[in-house]
Design a protein. Structure first.
Lengths: 136, 558
């Protein structure tokens, strides 16, 4: 259920027509310098994000998944950062673009091989225990 | 067989290879009939097409699905609860397979076209009906009486359950009969707690049991027990849950009498007026769009409730009652409640249980509810949130990373599935102009919930909260329902059984009143909807109808 709720949150209030805009070109042409900021911001939000391949996942989502408005908002937000150390205060204010970016960062990490092994989510136990002790 | 003298291509033709088509194939071939199964979609090769063990990082969108593809090609199908980035291939393309509804009355028609049909993506919950259900229309003066009772179906429930494998707990309830269960799955700590509290407060009136599910908890007929990996809707290489691909079709194939033809979309049935029989089936090859006819002595429609009605309506047969396409029912859902529990913070679930708990119907069982007829059951589950909450909580850096490991509180949800009354105005008709990619006329589907259905939905919210309160839950919330009709994927009733040929399409053997060698054994045959997940009953009725049809054939009565 959890994943579905997250998807619904991500999909909330999207006009379907928006989805057909060609993403990758818009992204590349509009903000050529954003990639380095993107990676630095993801790493600042979640240490280890780079090693887990999170920036590439976010770029994929920007190019092929988010609507033009969502994408533009995230790119503008990243472009507006003069330094990633600002992210602590942005996190407190939690504007919409940032909430989406943070979600993508966490989601990308927690569904990566590095992240899932780190969190003990992979390999799967292949058994069920409904009342197991919490480790550690 | 005694009836081999005719020159039909096959003894029997089965339309559809899913939940009921697989059963018809198995029973008919095992009874000696050379059987052709026509499947509209592609073949399925488990080793290639099943993807349940693929890790998230091997999916381009990590399980979130290809949003543009969904919007462009599967804008209806994506609403199914088991639709995801990998399982989406098991639903149809909405552009190739259009249908319409009135603008203010959406209807989700979830459709599957591949060998195995929806049996690959079903929810696997299996519950027997009882005479509380089979007598309901008669008792309430609603629609028409079922022509059968529990005693007619009980041996066939046994027959089906022994083959598919059902794990569950016997409870001795007369309105939810037990079967030959495999060992039950385990309830987690919080579910056990809630069960205990419900027992203290409600006694035997409202009980909680572990879901009865067609996932094996012990090896059966060469199929391995479930290993709790989670996404059943993507297939199951160990064949641990029942699907026609995993069980009935291999059994049919083993007889040497099965011919399975994928990519075969049935355009119409061919009616021989002189003999008053269906002489054959006209198909369109899905790949080449060429037409071809197959002849058979018997025809079983197992194409899914609405698809079978569409075939009948497009063929202009078996509808002297004018009931084909009418009385469409689903189960009304998105009523219930969820709440949080303090405690058990040192406990968690390990593994993915493909099953939840079940609260059998308690309304209008022993007493009469003032607001509505019939009732509903609750499915549900307790669990703890993982890292998802961290994504939305404040904090970054090391603090956020720590938080990813923290589990949220235990929460418990109850989701109701409510009985929907048959209404002749909830109806599918052939669209005057719209056709599918293969030129076959499409359906226009007009359905809405009735007052009784909505009263049931409201009551789900009330009683689910009572259950949670009895168990000490906090932060009780309700879903935003009711669901869109069709949304439970339990659509049924569009060619109902009955006792009178003037008011029903099928007799008590799923046999057409009008054309004796035509049987319809999918959800279309249902005279009322019950409150239970319906597939088990469809399967039992199919097996029963097959044995009857073969008896008739042997005695030259077809």
């Amino acid at each position: 259920m959890q994943r579905r709720e997250l998807i619904q949150w991500l999909l909330a209030t999207v006009a379907i027509d928006d989805l057909f805009a060609v993403g990758r070109e818009v992204h590349r042409r509009a903000v050529p310098s954003v990639d380095a900021t993107l990676a630095a911001a993801a790493e600042r939000i979640l240490p280890g994000a780079t090693q887990a391949g999170v920036p590439a996942f976010i770029e994929k989502m920007l190019a092929d998944w988010l609507t033009p408005e969502e994408r533009a908002a995230i790119l503008a937000g990243l472009a507006g950062l003069s330094d990633v150390s600002q992210l602590e205060s942005v996190d407190q204010a939690n504007p919409d673009w940032y909430a989406r970016f943070k979600f993508l960062t966490v989601y990308g990490y927690c569904t990566s091989e590095v992240g899932m092994r780190e969190l003990g989510l992979w390999p799967q136990p292949w058994r069920y225990d409904g009342c197991a002790p919490v480790a550690g | 067989m005694a009836a081999h003298q005719s020159r039909a291509d096959f003894d029997a033709i089965v339309v559809g290879s899913g939940m009921t088509g697989g059963w018809a194939a198995k029973e008919l071939t095992e009874l000696g009939l050379r059987t052709l199964v026509l499947e509209a979609g592609r073949p399925i090769v488990p080793e290639k097409d099943y993807t349940e063990h693929k890790p998230p990082w091997d999916m381009p969108f990590r399980g979130l699905g290809d949003r543009r593809q969904m919007a462009a090609r599967q804008s209806t199908q994506r609403h199914s609860v088991s639709f995801d980035e990998l399982s989406h291939v098991f639903w149809t393309d909405d552009v190739d397979n259009p249908y319409t509804t009135p603008e203010d009355r959406p209807f989700y028609w979830f459709r599957a076209r591949q060998v195995g049909g929806k049996s690959i993506i079903w929810g696997r919950q299996v519950y027997r009906w009882s005479d509380l259900d089979f007598e309901a229309n008669l008792r309430d003066g609603i629609a028409v009486d079922w022509p059968i009772r529990y005693a007619d179906v009980a041996p066939w429930y046994d027959h089906v359950e022994r083959f598919i494998g059902v794990s569950g707990q016997a409870e001795g309830l007369s309105h939810l009969p037990d079967g030959p269960f495999l060992p039950p799955m385990q309830m987690n700590c919080v579910e056990q707690h809630i069960k205990q509290r419900m027992q203290e407060k409600f006694g035997r009136d409202r009980i909680m049991t572990i879901g009865r599910v067609a996932n094996l908890t012990a090896a059966l007929h060469g199929r391995a027990p479930c290993h709790y990996c989670g996404p059943c809707q993507r297939g199951c290489i160990t064949r641990s849950y029942f699907s026609s691909v995993n069980a009935t079709l291999p059994a049919a194939r083993a007889t040497g009498r099965l011919t399975l033809r994928p990519f075969s979309i049935v355009r119409s049935l061919i009616y021989d007026a002189r003999k008053n029989r269906i002489s054959g089936v006209r198909i369109v090859d899905a790949q080449t769009k060429t037409e071809r006819v197959y002849t058979g002595k018997l025809v079983f429609l197992c194409a899914s409730a609405l698809e079978s009605a569409r075939i009948l309506l497009n063929s202009g047969v078996a509808n002297s009652s004018d009931q084909v396409g009418r009385n469409i029912m689903d189960h009304i859902k998105w009523g219930g409640a969820s709440g949080d529990f303090d405690g058990w913070t040192d406990r968690r679930e390990i593994g993915e249980r493909p099953n939840g708990i079940y609260v059998p119907r308690f309304r209008n069982v022993a007493s009469r509810h003032p607001d509505f007829l019939r009732g509903y059951g609750f499915q549900g589950a307790a669990g703890r949130d993982g890292w998802g909450a961290a994504a939305r909580a404040p904090g970054i850096g090391v603090a956020l990373k720590q938080r990813l490991r923290q589990l949220g509180p235990w929460s418990m949800s109850f989701w109701g599935y409510g009985e929907v009354l048959p209404n002749p105005d909830n109806r599918a008709t052939i669209h005057p102009t719209l056709v599918d990619k293969w030129g076959i006329p499409s359906l226009h589907i007009a359905c809405r919930w009735g007052e009784n259905d909505l009263a049931i939905h409201r009551d789900m919210n009330v009683t689910a909260a009572e259950l949670l309160e009895a168990a000490g839950a906090k932060n009780i919330e309700h879903p935003s329902g009711p669901s869109v009709p069709g949304g439970s994927n339990h659509e049924m009733g569009s060619a109902r059984m009955g006792r009178d040929r003037k008011t029903s399409v099928l007799n008590g053997w799923n046999q057409s009143w009008d054309v004796p060698n035509l049987f319809v054994t999918d959800g279309a045959a249902m005279t009322s909807s019950g409150w239970q997940n319906p597939s088990l009953t469809y399967m039992a009725l199919t097996a029963r109808a097959c044995h009857h049809a073969v008896d008739l054939l042997k005695h030259h009565e077809l």
